[in-house]
Design a protein around this ligand. Structure first.
Ligand code: ADP
Ligand code: MG
Length: 430
């Protein structure tokens, strides 16, 4: 169904058209049919299926009709600042012809900019629970005015222990009958259902079944490899397939860090994203990756939560995840909104035993392609000590990676000339 068939204001339709959306995704069609009537929902649908626009369109349409100037506000609660920033971007794009004030509010940064935004009056507030509570406690954010509420990525919010904070936020809002409430999540766990049941108005439950959505658009490949050869195989795959960009997952923080360093030593422009990075650095890494300033991001599941990258060509499970849902979350980062994508998994001694559960969860065997010795590449970082102290040089390395003289010359996102330099600098420094 086309967006034009929705009975919504033309200014909003124009914003949707400018954004380039024509056909609704399944979750958009099913949710909007209910939410545009003002009803509450609890929606389950896989990552990458377009949930953001589903609630933003509802919220804009509601505000266009019900909001007096200085009147009621919309609140979107999200687990991470990255997600807050992404939703803010999407909202601002759709808002193009409407002129609502939209702001995102999260911890780890100063208050000045956020307070100024609130003073000016934000119609749509997007924020993480801690900062929202904080702003409310200081009297800057008036939760009494919230007329439409979205809880996005509810499963993540509750995984991350935000349940008590959400309860507190809900207590400060008007009674549920005075709000429209929407909850969105990739999985509807027990706590999400409980929140919706106890704090929403008879929410309609919408579940878009996962199998039609996620894995079938993604080309999956599985390689069995001894762990000491994993790096060689991955380098070989990266060289042979030369993706524009790739997101690599490891199960542990320290392996994400090491792997990214090893990739750098092999001439790839890579960075790591782990939970222990300071927030502003995390944001910078994500922004730079999205902007294509480097080709490979190595992340852990926790750090990559809520991370959404359009046009991601490849996901690599350097480690097979322990949790089968994480497998789906990970590979779902590619092939978003109809793009095709590839997900490659490397199974070795330590992690192959997770495969059985994953394959039964996704309802298929992951194809195992033929693999010759030529697929293994030399690892230039072998034998080099990658100490955590390398982090001190990190900003220096990063700058080298981004500098224009190191721009890829083959147009494929990788820097062939970087290896030598790295070796040279390594040895001349030591
Ligand atoms: P989710 O929240 O379900 O993980 P998003 O809302 O982030 O998914 O949307 C995933 C991607 O799909 C985004 O890049 C978004 O711009 C795009 N998208 C959303 N709706 C549509 C649509 N109707 N047509 C085309 N692309 C869409
Ligand atoms: Mg989302």
């Amino acid at each position: 169904m086309n967006f034009n068939e929705l009975k919504i204001e033309s200014r909003l339709l124009q914003g949707i058209a400018d954004r380039g959306y024509k056909e609704m995704t399944a979750v958009q069609e099913q949710s909007l049919a209910v939410t545009l009537q003002g009803k509450d929902v609890a929606v389950q649908s896989q990552t990458g299926t377009g949930k953001t626009a589903a609630f933003l369109i509802t919220l804009f349409e509601h505000m266009l009709h019900n909001s007096a100037p200085n009147g009621k506000k919309a609140l979107i609660i999200v687990p991470t600042r990255e997600l807050a920033v992404q939703i803010e971007k999407e909202a601002k794009l759709l808002n193009r012809h409407m002129g609502f004030a939209i702001g995102s509010f999260y911890g780890g940064v100063g208050y000045d900019r956020q307070l100024a935004l609130l003073k000016k009056g934000s119609d749509i507030v997007i924020g993480t629970p801690g900062r929202l509570l904080d702003l409310s406690a200081r009297g800057h954010l008036k939760l009494r005015n919230i007329e439409i509420l979205v809880i996005d990525e509810a499963d993540r919010l509750f995984d991350m222990g935000f349940f008590p904070d959400i309860k507190k936020l809900l207590r400060e809002m008007p009674p549920r009958s005075a709000r429209q409430n929407m909850l969105f999540s990739a999985t509807l766990n027990r706590i999400s259902r409980k929140i919706a049941f106890e704090h929403f108005n008879h929410p309609v439950s919408i579940e878009v079944t996962p199998e039609q959505l996620t894995v079938d658009k993604i080309i999956q490949e599985l390689y069995h490899v001894k762990s000491h050869l994993k790096m060689n195989l991955m380098l070989g795959i990266l060289k042979a397939q030369a993706p524009q960009n790739a997101l690599i997952f490891t199960n542990m923080r320290h392996s994400a860090f090491r792997l990214s360093k090893k990739l750098q030593l092999n001439g790839f422009r890579s960075q790591h994203l782990t939970g222990d990075l300071p927030q502003n650095q995390r944001l910078r890494v994500i922004d730079n990756f999205m902007a294509g300033k480097f080709a490979i991001l190595v992340a852990t599941d926790v750090a990559a939560r809520g991370l959404q990258i359009d046009d991601l060509e490849m996901v690599i499970n350097y480690d097979i995840p322990q949790d089968c849902e994480n497998y789906v979350h990970r590979i779902g980062r590619t092939a978003r909104a109809g793009n095709s994508g590839k997900a490659i998994s490397l199974a070795s001694e330590g992690t192959a035993n997770h495969l059985k559960a994953i394959e039964s969860f996704i309802g298929m065997k992951i194809p195992v392609p033929a693999m010759g010795f030529d697929l293994f590449a030399t690892d230039m970082s072998e034998g080099l000590r990658i100490a955590k102290t390398l982090r001190n040089n990190e900003s220096k390395n990063n700058r080298a990676n981004f500098s224009s003289k190191n721009k890829p010359r083959n147009g494929r996102g990788f820097n062939q000339g970087h290896v030598r330099r790295n070796w040279n600098s390594r040895f001349s420094n030591s």
